[in-house]
Design a protein around this ligand. Structure first.
Ligand SMILES: [Zn+2]
Length: 106
């Protein structure tokens, strides 16, 4: 599995320079593509020009890929679902519509 990051649309001239500490601080958010476009671009620009951070990011990216690949799909357990629904009903919750409950009225 390969993690694909979105292309940033921030012009190169608008990208602020960041130091290694800032780049590493943003590492996981960058790999999860959870930074805004300008911060993504800052990290990308830093990685292009920094030989120190490249290996750290490559390791983290590989680790994230391995974790994602090792996940196994878990089928929902119908028996557990029924026990939760029964417990909610026993506490006074009422099914508002399929899949949701209203809290008990006090
Ligand atoms: Zn660096």
């Amino acid at each position: 599995m390969t993690i694909t990051l979105p292309e940033t649309t921030v012009p190169t001239s608008a990208v602020a320079a960041i130091d290694c500490a800032t780049a590493v601080q943003r590492l996981w958010d960058y790999l999860d593509a959870e930074l805004d476009a300008s911060h993504m671009a800052e990290v990308e620009a830093h990685l292009r020009g920094c030989s120190e951070c490249g290996p750290h990011f490559a390791f983290a990216r590989k680790l994230a890929e391995q974790i994602a690949a090792s996940r196994t799909a878990v089928e929902p357990c119908e028996a557990l679902h029924e026990r939760v629904v029964a417990a909610l009903a026993a506490e006074g919750f009422r099914r508002a519509r399929p899949g949701t409950f209203d809290p008990p009225r006090v």
